[in-house]
Write a protein that binds this ligand. Structure first.
Ligand SMILES: [Fe+2]
Ligand SMILES: [Fe+2]
Length: 207
């Protein structure tokens, strides 16, 4: 048990402090280098990407929390696979924020802790609800990314390419959770999750 806790602390510190190395190239790799964005657009878009980056920090913590008490090998494999894809998202968001002249959120350590706790609780309650929680999270993240696609200036093709690929990945995470037997969460939990994510989105946009 002590070993697992030390391992988790190590993983958390890495996610929070080290720039992850992506397994896949950034989706905008083939686009022209020059951006024709106004300073205001750059500022706004860097904040949207900060929100997305914090979402990916939460995703890492949720997966780690869900894996902590999980004993099902098949679920473990799928969670590990999705967590690796999420690491790409984390790296892409981080580098795009830098290019736009922004910074990541100071709230990330707290978000990690909270999400890890929520993930662990979900995995203790019930295996199918654990998957249901995952599927609902991915669904809400996809719709959040869709909102960003609607408000980001179409001139920012780089950010758009990154978000589109992230959305595609989240949709496939949702589908695979459903395939493994995810149970639909009670509507009050879905609403609480939406409410929590609104608070998280608004606060990381600011700080
Ligand atoms: Fe993601
Ligand atoms: Fe995902």
């Amino acid at each position: 048990m002590i070993d697992s806790i030390i391992n988790e602390i190590d993983k958390a510190l890495k996610v929070l402090t080290v720039s992850p190395y992506p397994q896949r190239s950034r989706p905008d790799i083939n686009l022209k280098k020059s951006d024709t964005l106004t300073p205001q657009e750059k500022k706004n878009h860097s904040k949207y990407m900060r929100v997305n980056h914090s979402g990916e920090i939460c995703a890492q913590a949720l997966y780690r929390g869900q894996l902590f008490f999980n004993k099902n090998k098949k679920i473990e494999e799928k969670l590990e696979e999705a967590a690796t894809e999420e690491l790409d998202h984390l790296a892409w968001c981080q580098s795009r924020i830098k290019e736009l002249g922004g910074r990541t959120s100071v709230l990330n350590p707290f978000l990690y802790l909270g999400s890890f706790a929520v993930g662990s609780i979900a995995s203790i309650i019930d295996e199918k609800y654990n998957l249901g929680f995952l599927s609902e999270t991915e669904k809400q993240v996809s719709s959040h990314l869709e909102n960003h696609l609607n408000i980001i200036s179409p001139r920012d093709k780089r950010t758009i390419a990154i978000i589109k690929q992230m959305k595609k990945d989240e949709e496939s995470h949702e589908a695979s959770a459903k395939l493994m037997g995810a149970k639909e969460l009670p509507s009050f939990i879905q609403k609480t999750m939406k409410f929590t994510s609104k608070i998280m989105t608004a606060s990381t946009y600011k700080i």
